[in-house]
Design a binder for this molecule. Structure first.
Ligand SMILES: [Zn+2]
Length: 92
C-alpha cells in the first residue's frame, strides 16, 4: 500500500507543475537535514545536508562538532536562504 505524500522524484519533463516547490528533509530529530528544491529551473537543487556530527572550524580554526543547534538553524533558514539566493523575488 503506497500513498503518495510527496512528489515523484523523477517526474517526466513537461509534467504539470508540482504543487511542491521545495522539500525539507530532517532525519533523526534534527540530527541531519537537507533542503531539496523542486522547481524545474533551479541552479542549485540541494542545500546541505548538514549533520550535527560534521566537523567545522571554530573561531580559532579548530575542528569542532557542528552540533544540533547549527542543524536547527539550517532548518529554520534553508528555504528562505535558498529562495533569496537562487529565486530572488519569490517568497515561496
Ligand atoms: Zn531552487
Amino acid at each position: 500500500m503506497t500513498t503518495a505524500t510527496a512528489p515523484a522524484r523523477d517526474t517526466p519533463g513537461g509534467a504539470v507543475t508540482s504543487p511542491f516547490e521545495g522539500a525539507l528533509f530532517i532525519d533523526m530529530d534534527n540530527y541531519r537535514a537537507r533542503y531539496e528544491c523542486l522547481r524545474r529551473v533551479c541552479p542549485h537543487r540541494i542545500e546541505g545536508p548538514v549533520c550535527a556530527n560534521d566537523r567545522v572550524a571554530d573561531a580559532e580554526g579548530r575542528p569542532v562538532r557542528r552540533g544540533p543547534e547549527a542543524v536547527a538553524a539550517f532548518i529554520a533558514s534553508a528555504k528562505a536562504d535558498h529562495l533569496a539566493k537562487y529565486h530572488s523575488g519569490s517568497t515561496r
